[in-house]
Design a protein around this ligand. Structure first.
Ligand code: G3I
Length: 733
């Protein structure tokens, strides 16, 4: 067993004799991310031990200065490639990735440029030429680019600087477009510092990325630099990173360092180690966080000393290239896999569609044969089984099926006409288990055959409930080896057991959407997970939670649901107060896109405190083209709370609405909940837990794809007062 294998197999860090022989590069790779460092061209060329450590410890490098204008472009007509080439060549020879840095920045510009006299057109040409010459030269070798760097001030306004002053805000979109033209395969990032905590800069960066995406600008990632100190508390980082991934971009930590007062003390080093630990854990916790890059790896060579007098020692290795506590805390986080985590986890929402990524970090990516279906929320896709030819399979087994194990999935079945297997794992002749719909009984089943042979007894936990077609349903199958029991849960609720089961070890691939012999599922499958342990009932409840959006407004417009969609405040009329959203009748919070599939069942709850009537006051809505698909609001014509679903996205549509029985009291916290049941076609309103009259029958709905709004609708109707704890669930409980 290699040291790496020993660590990954769960042998404790301390038990491995020469643990530090496993590099951060390997550890990070085993967790599905890259670990990188900035590199100084001078040190790489002149310092052999620096070059050795860089080569062995890091999987990706960023030229610290070599690709900046001041270095690369000594004169209008001269490119000086030497330093950049040396870094890129060494990286390629070492099997390392390269992150180019940076194509446009207000700093480190040569005097001939900043002092030159150029017309706007000439300057655009110079910039375009620079971007395209540089990106083309390294196409195929530099995969990631920090295209634009530090374009915002700390208050969120555009940073005044050479490019903005001379070319106007458009330069940012232009540079992305030019870089994309020069190398369509390059992954293009916007890079920023000081956006690692909630605040105006993080909000402005979010709004900028959203606007670039809306304009169709080829931006693929957001880099948060993370120049931190030993007293930084980056505990908001996972939520911030997820907020960006809600805009369909990757994220990366691009320039991590953690400065501490010098001379160093054990306490200083310990505080630094904790900050490095938190940042590493944050990236691991976000599926689309692809890399962590440190801004220099040794205190021997770091920009900090010259910039922050009294501070230093910001990196992972000391002056003598000995590892510091921070190194060990990073290695520890990368090593420590949560023993409770799934051993396989396939969201099945991969954009490419031919590979279903295993986000558990265990490398069990599945090859997909099948199409895309709509997922549980807009803009999230699922695997589409056709009942005949479709499947996804891993290359190797995932579960130890002779011990306790659990498998779960969200499914939406299209037809009961064929038996359909949601998940299984191959033996030689049979699958070792089948989580499935069984046509002959018309029920969900979790089945283990008595042996891996042709003559078997089928041991089945069968649901009492029958499947509802085209309704997202959560299935969990648990095999508990010590009690020899199979358990089936439907929508998180126990729905069938079978005792006296002895499961056997299977050693072939894990399959989604079929079994070894076929049994292809006809319907959509999403978020399949597998554990080598029996999940207790409480955890099954947790994984079957139907929350698809949740805003707590604790000084941030962050959706804390698994779908983590971005939301931002759209004006100064929207602020935070006492951990709630405070609106003065002019502002609101808006999402980048929709949060709910409005033609399906949904439930929305919110706590509201109305400060002024006099106009329509919308709590939450989701836009279509002409109408919003629903409005939960104060209705000024009736002086009532109302939930309204227009019958169509058209003027002249019917206002299908339910009103509260009494007028709202001002300045009073009230809990509203609106429930649309697509199966029953009913709409209901609850105020402080009390249903307001009978549900409205025969309600028509339609799918909206516009933005979710909190505190306004697509056309106005702005709320005045406080809104808190807004949550959406699907399907209706
Ligand atoms: O190479 C010359 C050397 O020949 C000369 O003797 C010396 C005298 O000052 O200067 C050397 O160049 C310096 C270079 O670092 C290499 O040490 C430049 O003056 C100095 O400006 C440059 O600083 C860099 C700084 O960006 C400005 O470009 C730092 O190394 C680099 O770490 C820092 O990196 C930035 C990122 O690009 C963007 N985010 C923030 C980060 C930290 O400021």
């Amino acid at each position: 067993m290699t040291v790496l294998a020993a660590i990954l197999a769960g042998v404790g860090w301390a038990d491995v004799a020469s643990a530090e022989t496993v590099s951060l590069r390997e550890l990070a790779q085993s967790r599905g991310i890259a670990f990188g460092s900035a590199v100084s061209a001078a040190s790489l060329a002149g310092d052999a031990s620096y070059a050795r450590t860089l080569g062995s410890e890091f999987g990706v490098v960023t030229p610290e200065d070599a690709m900046k204008w001041a270095v690369l472009r000594p004169a209008r007509d001269t490119f000086r490639w030497g330093d950049a080439d040396a870094i890129v060549d060494a990286a390629v020879a070492n099997g390392q990735g390269v992150r180019g840095h940076t194509l446009v920045w207000h700093s480190s510009l040569p005097a001939w440029l900043t002092g030159g006299s150029f017309t706007t057109t000439e300057l655009r040409d110079v910039l375009k030429e620079h971007v395209q010459t540089t990106v083309r030269r390294y196409a195929g070798r530099v995969k990631f680019w920090d295209v634009a760097n530090e374009v915002l001030n700390n208050d969120g306004s555009p940073r005044a600087g050479f490019w903005l002053e001379r070319l106007g805000e458009e330069y940012i979109a232009d540079v992305f477009r030019w870089a994309h033209e020069a190398d369509p395969a390059a992954v293009l990032y916007l890079n920023e510092y000081g956006a690692e905590t909630h605040g105006p800069k993080a909000d402005a960066l979010y709004a900028l990325v959203r606007s670039l995406k809306e304009q169709g600008v080829p931006i693929h990632g957001v880099g948060l630099q993370a120049h931190l100190t030993g007293s930084s508390r980056p505990d908001q980082l996972p939520a911030l990173l997820r907020r960006f991934t809600g805009l369909d971009v990757d994220v990366a930590v691009t320039e991590l360092d953690v400065r501490i007062p010098v001379p160093v003390t054990p306490a200083g080093l310990a505080s630094q180690a904790e900050v490095y630990r938190q940042v590493t854990a944050a990236c691991l916790a976000v599926a689309r966080c692809v890399s962590i890059t440190v801004w220099g790896f040794t205190d021997r060579r770091s920009w900090i000393g010259a910039t922050y007098p009294g501070w230093g020692a910001a990196t992972l290795f000391d002056d003598d290239l000995a590892t510091k506590p921070a190194y060990r805390s990073v290695a520890d986080v990368l090593t420590r896999t949560d023993p409770n985590a799934p051993v396989g986890h396939w969201p099945l929402d991969d954009p490419a569609g031919t590979v279903a990524a295993d986000v558990s970090g265990n490398g069990h990516d599945a090859t997909v044969r099948g199409a895309k279906a709509d997922g549980r929320v807009p803009h999230v896709t699922a695997f589409a089984g056709d009942g005949a030819t479709t499947e996804a399979s891993t290359g190797a087994p995932v579960l130890n099926t002779d011990g306790s194990f659990t498998v779960s999935a969200w499914v939406s079945m299209y037809s009961t006409g064929v038996p359909g297997v949601v998940a299984s794992q191959d033996g030689e002749t049979r699958s070792a288990f089948y989580l499935m719909y069984q046509k002959s009984t018309g029920r969900w089943e979790f089945t283990v055959p008595s042996a891996d042979g042709t003559e078997v007894t089928w041991l089945t936990a069968r649901s009492a409930s029958a499947p509802v077609l085209k309704r997202w349903t959560h299935l969990t199958g648990v095999y508990e080896a010590p009690t020899r029991q199979l358990r089936l849960y439907v929508d998180g609720v126990p729905d069938g057991t079978r005792d006296g089961v002895t499961a056997w070890r299977s050693t072939k691939p894990f399959r989604i959407g079929r079994s070894l012999s076929g049994g292809r599922f006809d319907g959509a499958i999403s978020d399949v997970r597998a554990w080598n342990r029996a999940l207790p009932a409480g955890e099954v409840t947790g994984i079957s939670d139907r929350t698809v959006a949740a805003w707590g407004f604790d000084n941030a417009a962050i959706d804390s649901s698994p779908f983590g969609r971005g939301t931002s405040l759209n004006s100064s009329g929207a602020t935070y107060d006492s951990n709630a959203l405070k609106l003065d009748g002019t502002g609101c919070a808006e999402g980048y896109g929709p949060a709910l599939r409005t033609d399906r069942s949904w439930t929305i709850t919110a706590r509201v405190n109305l400060a002024a009537k006099g106009a329509a006051r919308t709590v939450i809505s989701q836009s279509g083209t002409v109408r919003d698909a629903f409005y939960l609001q104060y209705h000024q014509s009736y002086d009532r709370w109302a939930v309204i679903v227009p019958s169509a996205d058209a003027t002249g549509s019917d206002w299908q609405q339910v009103l509260s029985t009494a007028p709202p009291a001002l300045n009073t916290w009230t809990t509203l909940s609106a429930v649309y049941d697509a199966q029953a076609a009913t709409l209901a309103l609850h105020v402080d837990g009390v249903r307001q009259g009978d549900p409205l029958p025969a309600v028509k709905s339609w799918p909206s794809t516009g933005r979710i709004h909190i505190g306004c609708s697509g056309t106005g109707g702005r709320f005045n007062g406080l809104i808190d704890d807004v949550k959406a669930y699907v399907p209706a409980a």
